[in-house]
Design a protein around this ligand. Structure first.
Ligand code: PLP
Length: 445
């Protein structure tokens, strides 16, 4: 048995209990890689005998290590050193350095000279203002009052009534989802999501230690029957979902299904965390599920996918009883959102720039979608995917993996066309991608 563990339980440090000392010793071994990722820990009874301590002390130590995410205990198999967060996260970390290869992996808006012009304009205006509380104030943590009011107005335009008192300014939507999850779920909780979902949710599960389970989806998103089945068969804490332009499928959930999901959530008391990061993009504003069950929902969106990529400002609403909890998580995670950025978002919402840039986005995407439709219409297999995208009124706004698939389709299809059409298709769509404009089909226009 490990000498360090023995020393740890023998050496008294103030009033620190034995099990905590054992936790520290095992954690140190994991930290130093003396216990490698995946290594099996000795059985609890063996450790107890060897260290001359009770089995309960060892059990408590293993439980605490599991709670901290350092080990995982599998019934009938034993306890194993968990993969490090960085190891498990790395496969979801898509933000690698820019390369020659065209990167289809990140969903981003079409950036135009107008975006640059608007940014320069707001920066010039800010430079002339004497009194700038957004660079001085470090409270309120939830965000300055006028920032929250603008956020509530933005949410209202997305059919999500919001009270500035239960609205937090966040650094983007991913941050908002994390805050929502960290407010009430942890190890031992089960959270449901679409079986194909944004990698951020998977990363949150790794960090917070909850169990993430995927629900069956079709071209309209989550199948309510499966949601109900899961709620019926196990204790579900929350559902995280993206009903509008799911990433990666681009599915747009129809109204009737949103209502069905809301009813089930209500019946089983399951919180819904709605990610509406693409909510501003469809021509017709949808009904957020969260607006149907506000007392059981978190709703988040941001500026990054509809207004400006670098404007990492998001808005998160929640039931009043969880507002303080969510604000506490915001405080420990980043104190508050970046206030000067929130000021830009506020000005743009109030003077119509944000709405204008969304309209620019919609128009660009419609053009690109028409182009992609023309290229892909030559072949049947892509019809389903394109059909979904067309339902949303968008294609290229869409989510990463769907676009990757579409781009691959696009390339395959072009390769299979008769020579004349192939040249047209390639000239019209694919070659421009290859010329090095970063990104996806958005860049094919
Ligand atoms: C569905 C979904 N939610 C959230 C995010 C992250 O949004 P933000 O950049 O505002 O953090 C993305 C990014 O691609 C996404 O696709």
């Amino acid at each position: 048995m490990n000498e360090r563990w023995r020393d740890a339980v023998r050496t008294v440090h103030g009033v620190e209990s034995k099990y905590k000392r054992l936790v520290k010793a095992i954690a140190a071994d994991i930290e130093s890689s003396a216990l490698a990722s995946g290594a099996r820990l000795p059985p609890q009874r063996e450790v107890a005998t060897d260290l001359a301590i009770s089995v309960q002390t060892v059990t408590n130590a293993y439980k605490e290590l599991e709670r901290q995410g350092l080990i995982r205990c599998e019934v009938g198999r034993g306890s194993f050193v968990a993969a490090r967060v960085t190891e498990t996260m790395s496969k979801y970390m898509l933000d690698t350095a820019e390369r020659e290869v065209i990167d289809f992996s990140i969903a981003r808006i079409v950036h135009t000279p107008e975006h640059d012009a608007m940014w320069r304009k707001v920066c010039a205006t800010l430079a002339t203002i004497d009194d700038q509380p957004w660079i001085r104030a470090c409270r309120p943590i939830a965000g300055l009052e006028h920032h929250r009011q603008a956020g509530a107005a933005w949410l209202a335009s997305l059919n999500m009534p919001a009270n500035p008192e239960t609205l937090l300014i966040t650094n983007g939507a991913a941050h908002g989802i994390f805050l929502a999850l960290a407010s009430f779920v942890g190890p031992g909780d089960t959270v449901l999501c679409e079986s194909l979902t944004d990698h951020g949710v998977i990363g949150s599960a790794n960090v917070l230690g909850f169990t993430l389970k995927g629900l069956d989806i079709d071209e309209c998103g989550i199948r309510p029957e499966h949601f109900e089945e899961m709620c019926d068969s196990e204790r579900v804490s929350a559902l995280v979902c993206t009903p509008t332009l799911n990433n990666p499928t681009v599915a747009l959930m129809p109204d009737s299904r949103r209502r069905a999901i809301a009813r089930i959530a209500e019946r089983y008391g399951v919180y819904v965390i709605e990610d509406d990061v693409y909510g501003a993009l469809p021509a017709k504003t949808q009904t957020p599920i969260a607006s149907l069950i506000p007392e059981l929902s978190f709703y988040c969106t941001s500026m990054t996918k509809s207004v400006l990529t670098g404007l990492r400002i998001g808005y998160l609403t929640m039931p009043r009883r969880l507002a303080l909890r969510a604000e506490s998580v915001l405080r420990v995670s980043s104190w508050a959102a970046t206030s000067p950025m929130a000021e830009v978002a506020t000005r743009w919402i109030m003077d119509g720039t944000a709405q204008h840039l969304v309209a620019v986005q919609r128009e660009r995407l419609t053009t690109r979608q028409a182009m992609v439709r023309e290229v892909l219409s030559a072949r049947e297999p892509s019809a389903g995917l394109i059909g979904v995208a067309e339902g949303a009124g968008l294609l290229a706004s869409g989510p990463r993996d769907a676009r990757v698939a579409q781009a691959r389709n696009c390339r395959d299809i072009a390769g299979s066309l008769p020579r004349g059409r192939r040249r047209t298709a390639e000239r019209g769509a694919l070659m421009r991608c290859r010329r090095g404009q970063r990104s996806h089909l958005q860049s094919c226009a």
